[in-house]
Design a protein around this ligand. Sequence first.
Ligand SMILES: C[S@@+](CC[C@H](N)C(=O)[O-])C[C@H]1O[C@@H](n2cnc3c(N)ncnc32)[C@H](O)[C@@H]1O
Length: 262
Amino acid sequence: MTLQTDVFDEWAAQVRAVRSGRWQPERDLAFWREKAAGYDAGQPSLPNTVTWLRERLAPAHSLLDVGAGTGRLTLPLASEVQQVTALDHSPEMLAVLRSKNPPAQVNLRCQALGDALRDPTLSPHDAVLSAWSLAYLPDLRGALTGLLRLARRDLFVLEDDGLGSPHVTLRRTLAGQPRPQRAPSLHRALKALGEEPELHRIGEVRELTFPHTAALLAQARLPLPEAEVLEVLQPYLTAVKDGWRYRWTFDVHVLHVRKAHS
Ligand SMILES: C[S@@+](CC[C@H](N)C(=O)[O-])C[C@H]1O[C@@H](n2cnc3c(N)ncnc32)[C@H](O)[C@@H]1O
């Protein structure tokens, strides 16, 4: 069995084993239909990642953001390029992006990646970005091959470090459902396709505040007594005048493929 078969088969098996069944497009679309309105409030902004990408985008003419969602990265990057395609299969996520009045060079395209890759009207862009948008695609080979074809100069694939917030990590550990580490598989998959992706880890900070302990416990949703929750989260907690400050750091993993001719 070749390395290629291993990584792509392993990925497909992992994706199809996810209990939510989101590898079925209608399930993923239903998920985003429900989550779209609240997505931004639950996500950290990524200032260091945006700065890092901005430095590498210029002087790209065009950017294709695959799984652009509500534009968390699309919008702060749009000023660096003359033409942006924000592709997403969820009309609700794109509706949130649209409600932010994106600049004129941002073209919203509501289409599934698989369909887009077969659509001759989607032409290559200088840079292609995929941030947290491949996790439920069983056909990773098809997706990455297509993204590499669409990227004239650079492909950026972003995933997190698989850790997430301390309380979610602990909740998953207690439930025996550790979060899958996707960045190493994506790295292997790109190598299996003959690329030499550079892996960059970009540190980001997340901070939440809670007016009182009950609000912190409600967010943490840990099956532990209050004293234990406070003890396990203690390294991340600071008592402030109006409750708690909860702060942790995490790494964004960026796989950067520079096309040979760039
Ligand atoms: C976790 S969100 C990430 C959004 C954005 N990239 C960000 O970092 O905030 C994943 C997005 O990918 C989109 N997506 C997932 N599978 C897709 C597919 N097959 N084709 C197009 N978009 C897809 C979802 O609709 C969702 O908006």
